[in-house]
Design a protein around this ligand. Structure first.
Ligand code: ZN
Ligand code: ZN
Length: 365
């Protein structure tokens, strides 16, 4: 099989715009599949790489929230066929380490290779013979090659533009509420930061039956969207101390405070929102040197805790079908989150994200 010419958005230098370039895509090797991308969400984690906050090897094709159609199979791939519609999860797992065999493939110990190459340490993207790196699923490309295990087959009748969001924002947000925090009926919840992920925490908390869901943000449109998706209260954090305001709304504090921004001040604020036995769940991607202050004695006396949530503690083959069913029966809403654009608009999508006025830009191919 020969290489396929494709267009992809390439990052060549941190802090610079992506450039849509012509690349060659090698065919999939053993255990891999080639996917023609139908849609890709633009996530804050991509922006973190562009800005150099979370650097990776350059040049690189970013994008990790994709859905598309299987075109080619590498050797040994079973359970998928050309023409299948697939949702791409961005975190592969080995299936045999201690974490994987304990039911936590999101904590897999053997995926360190996966932020810049495929599993064999090489790249399928090239330009004039020079390798171009992968970033998870590299969905800012018309076609990509991914580990077969990360491509989850979905019903062909469902719209791939909406399903793409399940690859990151929805799984991360809904998963944080259902899997990591295990929100229960009647629980009181606060969600700090109502972007693509936070809005899906709101949905997850509603689906779990939370009685109170306080959405916290500084952008009125996002707070409005949070209400539409299930928040019982919307709190504009620009007007004062958000933790104090939450504690006024929920006397005693909340059972779960989710932080979806990765900022020191908002993490400390989320911890301060929790009540006795409550937990602050950190979802946002902090910078590697971020350190937060904890009121240690209160943590002990009130049995409060802080925990991380990585990719919604997901088990992809269990959770993606669950999300699809929630979407099908209308409990999970994706359409209100989406602003569509083309691959050439990717830099504008980042600008909209920086200004905070879009829940999710989705590139449609
Ligand atoms: Zn993401
Ligand atoms: Zn593993």
């Amino acid at each position: 099989m020969s290489a396929t010419p494709i267009q992809a958005a390439v990052l060549r230098e941190f802090g610079q715009p992506l450039v849509v370039e012509r690349l060659e895509l090698d065919p999939p090797k053993a255990g891999e599949v080639q996917v023609r991308m139908a849609a890709s969400g633009v996530c804050h984690s991509d922006l973190h790489v562009v800005e150099g906050v979370h650097p990776t090897s350059l040049p690189v094709v970013l994008g990790h929230e994709g859905a598309g159609v299987v075109e080619r199979l590498g050797d040994g791939v079973s359970g998928l066929a050309p023409g299948d519609h697939v949702l791409l999860t961005w975190l592969p797992y080995c299936g045999h380490c201690r974490a994987c065999t304990s039911g936590w493939p999101n904590r897999c110990e053997n995926t360190a290779w996966y932020d810049a190459t495929l599993e064999d340490g090489t790249c399928r993207f090239h330009q004039d013979g020079a390798p171009i790196h992968h970033y998870n699923t590299s969905s800012f490309a018309e076609r990509s090659v991914v580990p077969a295990r990360t491509a989850i087959r979905v019903d062909r009748s469902l719209p791939l533009t909406e399903l793409a969001l399940m690859g990151c924002a929805v799984m991360t947000g809904v998963g944080a509420a259902l899997n990591t925090a295990r929100v229960r009926p009647g629980d009181r919840v606060a969600v700090v930061g109502c972007g693509g992920v936070g809005l899906n925490v709101v949905q997850g908390a509603r689906i779990a039956g939370a009685s109170t869901i306080v959405a916290v943000d500084v952008i009125p449109e996002k707070l409005e969207l949070a209400r539409e998706l299930g928040a019982t209260h919307a709190l504009d954090a620009s007007v004062g101390d958000a933790a104090q305001a939450v504690r006024e709304l929920v006397p005693g504090g909340v059972d779960h405070a989710f932080e979806a921004l990765g900022r020191i001040d908002t993490i400390e604020s989320a911890v301060a929102m929790t009540g006795r036995g409550g937990q602050a769940v950190l979802i946002g991607m902090a910078s590697p040197d971020a350190r937060v202050a904890l009121d240690a004695l209160t943590m002990t006396l009130q049995e409060r805790c802080v925990r991380g949530s990585w990719y919604g503690s997901c088990v992809p083959l269990r959770d993606i079908p669950m999300l699809v069913e929630l979407y099908r029966d209308g409990r999970l809403r994706l359409d209100p989150l989406i602003t569509t654009c083309t691959l050439h608009d990717v830099n504008e999508a980042f600008s909209r994200m920086r200004s905070g006025h879009t829940a999710r830009s989705v590139i449609v191919y």
